[in-house]
Each structure stands twice: as structure tokens, then as C-alpha cells.
Design a protein around this ligand. Structure first.
Ligand SMILES: [Zn+2]
Length: 108
């Protein structure tokens, strides 16, 4: 039986525990699908936007996007974190790299 994909509740990046929280009201009020809170190690994500379900692949991409913001902040490159196009392109590349390769099976 194939498992239904789901957004994790916690991610570890650069030795930081990052909590992933569902925040539909918060995100809809701000017209965003996600937001990284680097001061509190959390990422808010939206699964319902404008009264419709957000497709899983869009939620997953929002997670990678927010993790990329987080990454730049943690490594002291906040100015890169403010460049949305750069963040989104790198997030797309990392998402693609991880999804197209079975690292959990090949690199362990
Ligand atoms: Zn962003």
C-alpha cells in the first residue's frame, strides 16, 4: 500500500529543530502559503488558501522555500534570504534533487 505523502511536523536543518505548524488563518490574512520564523525555529504553512485545499506539491514547495530562507539566516547570509527569486530557485533545485533521488536508500 502506497503511503499518502504528508508534511512533516519537524525538520532538522543545520542541527536546528524546526517546527512545522499549520497556520491557515495566519497565512490567509497575509496572502502567503508559508512563512519562516527564524527567531522561534518554526515554519508556518497553509493547507487551505482562499477556501480551497492547497495541492500537496505546493505545500511541499512552500516548505522547501521557507527552509531555504531559514538556511540562509542560520549561515549568516540574511541578505540572500531577502532575495525571493534566488530563494525560490534554490528551493526548487533542492526539492528536485531530493525528490528525484532516493537518498534515504542510496546514501545510507
Ligand atoms: Zn520567501
Amino acid at each position: 500500500m502506497k503511503q499518502i505523502p504528508k508534511i512533516p511536523r519537524k525538520v532538522i536543518l543545520l542541527n536546528q529543530d524546526i517546527k512545522i505548524v499549520s497556520a491557515n488563518k495566519y497565512c490567509n490574512e497575509r496572502h502567503i502559503l508559508g512563512e519562516a520564523d527564524v527567531n522561534h525555529n518554526s515554519i508556518k504553512l497553509c493547507s487551505i488558501y482562499d477556501k480551497e485545499n492547497v495541492p500537496f506539491h505546493k505545500q511541499r514547495h512552500a516548505l522547501f522555500h521557507e527552509l531555504t530562507h531559514f538556511l540562509f539566516f542560520v549561515i549568516g547570509q540574511s541578505r540572500h534570504s531577502r532575495n525571493e527569486m534566488f530563494v525560490d530557485n534554490l528551493a526548487t533545485a533542492m526539492e528536485d534533487l531530493i525528490l528525484k533521488n532516493n537518498f534515504d536508500k542510496t546514501l545510507k
